[in-house]
Design a protein around this ligand. Structure first.
Ligand code: MLT
Ligand code: ZN
Length: 460
């Protein structure tokens, strides 16, 4: 270890594994954005909270920035290390540490994958209901850092709702135990909720206690072809009353075409402008009949032109693949991603405005819409034309995002619903948060991270 700073770190945190091979620096220095060239100083793989505290104290002394790192599946550049930072990766802190059957909580290390948490909950006859396509590779620490949402928010809420307690190392190296699994706790500010969604800018989660839900009831999945956006919102209004919804997602014909080109099976003979994937409770005949009635009523009203309801788990999975396969099918085009939200009731008015903006600004680009329409979260992916270089493409998209941020401001929305601000959305934060709020955020950061070593340049 030629860098004397790293030699000092190895002395002070002897159980921490340090990696400096170029392939490791590249692997751990980036997330799914692929816009920045990774250039960290080194990768630290701690195995205990004590290691993490030692790393922070070392970083303060040497004025080295820290980038906390989970599964690096983020889409906003929150885990990018491109300026000589120390990446603190939680691969070795990925165990299930405890299960409490009375509290129905699972305690885990931050590096555990979301899917491993879901499986562990299932083994105890319970469920961890936050869910999305990156479940196999994203980590709970990253989920907490971005307050991850996904496909079941409409029923179960965001990650925030399931965090019962956190052990957290601040930017000063203090170890805090936040909320300790209490259901009721009225003893002052709930710092746990300040940490959730802070994108590694205040410190690092070193242990999480998660509430588990009762096992979900049997469900069916419905795929609907929908002719227009206003029809889609009408279908949603009916579905949320008639069915117990687990998920209500949408995508466009362009999204479907990309997924089909990527190997999925076409659901219907004729292409439709919009599609809905809805999952609903179907544990008894009454709920199955309600779904059929709802489908027939929507068909009669002309809000739906075709549809299918799953009759097996395999069919349900193949219907979900049409929605969950979108991100992967678009990856080769290096899409510029927008992850925005408005109140559910404001979706139609916002969509109408946004349609106009996108048609005007991106007349020739392939713009792919999909997302969590049931909770007001839309993903708008703009695909890079092959002939355009990455830099000009991003520059063009950033101009449009400024207009989009202004439009979100007008409709009371947010520039990031669930992916986080990171590096990608930082220039637009002021569009949807007030100066006063941002000043308070800076003040909070200054208290928890006075040397500015925690994920600098991200969010603020
Ligand atoms: C999704 O909903 O599929 C994810 O947020 C990923 C994405 O936006 O690409
Ligand atoms: Zn999403």
């Amino acid at each position: 270890m030629t860098d004397p700073r790293l030699a000092d770190l190895a002395r002070r945190a002897p159980e921490t594994r340090l990696l400096t091979e170029p392939s490791d620096l590249e692997h751990y220095g980036r997330d799914w954005t692929r816009r920045w060239t990774p250039a960290p100083l080194a990768i630290a793989l701690p195995s205990t909270a004590g290691d993490v505290q030692a790393i922070v104290r070392w970083a303060r002394e040497h004025q080295v920035a820290i980038v906390p790192s989970g599964g690096r599946t983020g889409l906003s550049g929150g885990a990018v290390a491109a300026h000589g930072e120390l990446v603190v990766a939680f691969d070795r802190m990925n165990q299930v540490l405890g299960f409490d059957p009375v509290d129905a909580t699972l305690t885990v290390g931050p590096g555990i994958a979301l899917e491993a948490v879901q499986n562990a909950a299932r083994e105890h006859g319970l469920a961890y209901p936050v869910d999305f396509a990156a479940r196999g590779s994203c980590s709970i620490g990253g989920n907490i850092a971005t307050n991850a949402g996904g496909i079941r928010v409409i029923r179960y809420g965001l990650t925030r709702q399931w965090v019962a307690g956190l052990k957290f190392v601040t930017g000063t190296g203090e170890l805090l135990e936040l909320n300790r699994g209490l259901v009721k706790n009225a003893s002052g500010y709930d710092l746990r909720h300040l940490v959730i969604g802070s994108e590694g800018t205040l410190g690092m989660v070193v242990e999480a206690t998660l509430w588990l839900a009762p096992p979900p009831p049997p469900t069916h999945v419905m795929l609907l072809a929908v002719p227009a956006m206003d029809a889609l919102m009408r279908v949603f209004a009916v579905a949320r009353v008639k069915l117990q919804l687990e998920a209500f997602e949408f995508f466009t014909d362009r999204a479907l075409e990309h997924v089909l080109a990527h190997g999925a099976q076409a659901p219907f003979d004729v292409l439709s402008p919009y599609y809905v994937v809805a999952e609903f409770d179907a544990g008894d005949e009454a709920s199955q009949a309600a779904a059929l009635d709802m489908f027939e009523a929507c068909l009669e009203a002309g809000w739906v032109t075709d549809g299918v309801i799953s009759s097996s788990d395999a069919q349900a999975a193949s219907l979900w693949r049409l929605r969950e396969g979108i991100t992967e099918s678009l990856a080769r085009y290096k899409p510029y991603k927008n992850d925005i939200s408005v109140r559910i009731g404001a979706v139609p008015a916002f969509m109408a405005d946004m349609h106009g903006l996108l048609a005007r600004e991106y007349p020739t680009f392939d713009v792919v819409w999909f997302g969590h329409i049931g909770d007001g979260n839309l993903h708008i992916n703009v695909l890079k034309p092959d002939e355009l270089d990455q830099e000009s493409f991003v520059a063009q998209c950033e101009v449009v995002t400024k207009h989009l941020a202004a439009m979100l401001h007008k409709h009371g929305g947010s520039i990031s619903a669930e992916h986080g601000i990171g590096l990608v959305k930082k220039p637009y934060l002021e569009g949807t948060r007030s100066h006063e709020e941002i000043a308070l955020m800076r003040g909070i950061k200054a208290v928890l991270d006075p040397d500015g070593i925690m994920n600098p340049g991200k969010v603020l």
